[in-house]
Design a protein around this ligand. Structure first.
Ligand code: SF4
Ligand code: SF4
Ligand code: SF4
Length: 293
């Protein structure tokens, strides 16, 4: 299939390691549209699909929510803060689209944890408690933003959310399996974290981001994948003073990740001020928050 100049230029901006996948996705969209020439329109459509959209907001009990609450009048300008029945939902959980597009980097389907995080906030009545807590109008920055990515590539941008998670697949060297020096692991690792010398494999733990790819390509099992887990980071934000999220749990199982959400939601709801979550984290200290999980 042919690509016009502007579409080709957009493709060139995509990181090389996912260009092949993006190209296939874009061309599939063009074919579905009955076209044999890819334009900017198909590239942008693929980008939207690949980056992910917020999960559909969960159904909530109408009687329990103050639909006509005056505090919500500004927020009503934005449909994303309301479910299909018009009830406020003051959190957005964004999974990546890895599972939907058969992403080759996928470690764990991000929708699974995204749904659990969403259900957790719904069951704990986060929305009602936040409405009670805020004096005056509720504004977009009062709502809680969450994201889950299926691998460390972090396409749903957990680093700039209040509560961000990406899946990890730690690896280790199995000294019982003989390395044949095929060097596939070295070629695959984009972090230059693997070295192979005299049939000995070494992984630099400082450089490794736990993507699990080296274990997938190793033909002898000399590098093996460990249990899949999550990396949890909190307090990322954009706006006038953007900040990347701070690592809360570098490696956590699912129950611990959900417990971390409970703690973070409690910090937001129990603080009398209306400071952004990042400010509350800096006031309390990340180590104190870790102790509560
Ligand atoms: S975060 Fe990883 S799994 Fe999800 S879409 Fe991006 S590359 Fe694929
Ligand atoms: S898990 Fe990923 S980052 Fe770590 S050594 Fe293997 S390929 Fe490199
Ligand atoms: S991929 Fe496996 S067998 Fe090949 S060099 Fe790496 S550790 Fe050795």
């Amino acid at each position: 299939m042919e690509w016009d100049k502007s579409a080709s230029m957009l493709l060139e901006k995509v990181p090389p390691f996912i260009q092949k996948m993006v190209r296939e996705k874009v061309e599939a969209i063009a074919r579905n549209r009955g076209k044999n020439l890819v334009t900017e329109s198909e590239v942008l459509a693929a980008k939207e699909g690949f980056m992910g959209k917020p999960n559909p907001q969960p159904a909530v009990t109408k009687q329990s929510l103050p639909i006509n609450n005056e505090k919500l009048s500004i927020l009503r300008k934005y449909t994303k803060y309301f479910d299909k029945d018009g009830n406020p939902v003051l959190y957005q959980v964004k999974p990546c689209r890895g599972a939907e597009v058969n992403c080759p980097f996928l470690i764990i389907d991000s929708r699974i944890l995204a749904n659990k995080l969403q259900n957790r906030l719904e069951k704990s009545h986060f929305t009602e408690k936040l409405i009670d807590k805020v004096d005056g109008q509720i504004l977009p920055h009062h709502t809680m933003k969450l994201a889950v990515s299926g691998c460390p590539n972090s396409c749903s941008m957990p680093q700039i959310k209040d509560f961000g998670v990406h899946a990890i697949e730690p690896v280790s060297v199995d000294t019982h399996s003989k390395c044949i020096e095929c060097m596939k692991c070295v070629e695959t690792c984009r972090e230059n974290a693997v070295t192979v010398t005299n049939n000995q494999v070494t992984i630099d733990k400082e450089k490794c981001v736990h993507c699990g790819l080296c274990a997938k390509v190793c033909p002898t099992g000399s590098i093996k994948a460990e249990e899949k887990e999550y990396r949890v980071m909190i307090g990322g934000k954009v706006g006038r003073h953007p900040k990347f999220a701070i690592d809360l749990l570098p490696q956590a199982d699912e129950p611990t990740t959900l417990k971390a959400l409970d703690v973070c939601a409690d910090i937001i709801l129990s603080n009398k001020t209306e400071h952004r979550f990042r400010t509350l984290i800096e006031q309390q200290g990340i180590e104190e928050i870790k102790k509560r999980i």
